[in-house]
Design a protein around this ligand. Structure first.
Ligand SMILES: Cc1ncccc1N[C@@H](C)c1ccc2c(c1)OCCO2
Length: 116
């Protein structure tokens, strides 16, 4: 008989997986464009084009402040970050390529921790 996890244990396991995944993203060699919020003085059009900025430090803080109700909300913020990158950057630019690489790495980790 397959043991059914109590909701509490399931949430704790999900939180551990989300923390583990973001720790691996933060040290990935293609994480450099995503470590901190985009500087809008350096990129003045960014605020106008990107309605919901997102970066790894913001996601890490939300995780540590227990602001994600589900692993899906966490996943949505990561996909928002990668989609923002595709909106603003050319695919063949250094940032665009880093975004595609890091997204691929993330989706692989996601499926490892949470097989569809
Ligand atoms: C993810 C992203 N999207 C759009 C614009 C910027 C960024 N990242 C910043 C950190 C960034 C990325 C690349 C840079 C840079 C800053 O400043 C110097 C030139 O190269």
């Amino acid at each position: 008989v397959v043991p059914v996890m109590q909701p509490v244990q399931k949430e704790q396991k999900d939180l551990q997986s989300c923390k583990s995944i973001i720790s691996e993203l933060e040290v990935h060699e293609d994480a450099w464009p995503f470590l901190l919020p985009v500087n809008t003085r350096q990129f003045p059009t960014y605020k106008k084009i990107i309605k919901k900025p997102m970066d790894l430090s913001a996601i890490k803080k939300k995780l540590d402040d227990n602001l994600y109700k589900t692993r899906e909300e966490y996943c949505e913020d990561l996909r928002l970050m990668f989609n923002n990158c595709e909106t603003f950057n050319e695919d063949d630019s250094p940032v665009g390529k880093a975004g595609h690489n890091l997204r691929s790495f993330f989706e692989t980790k996601w499926n490892e921790h949470f097989p569809p």
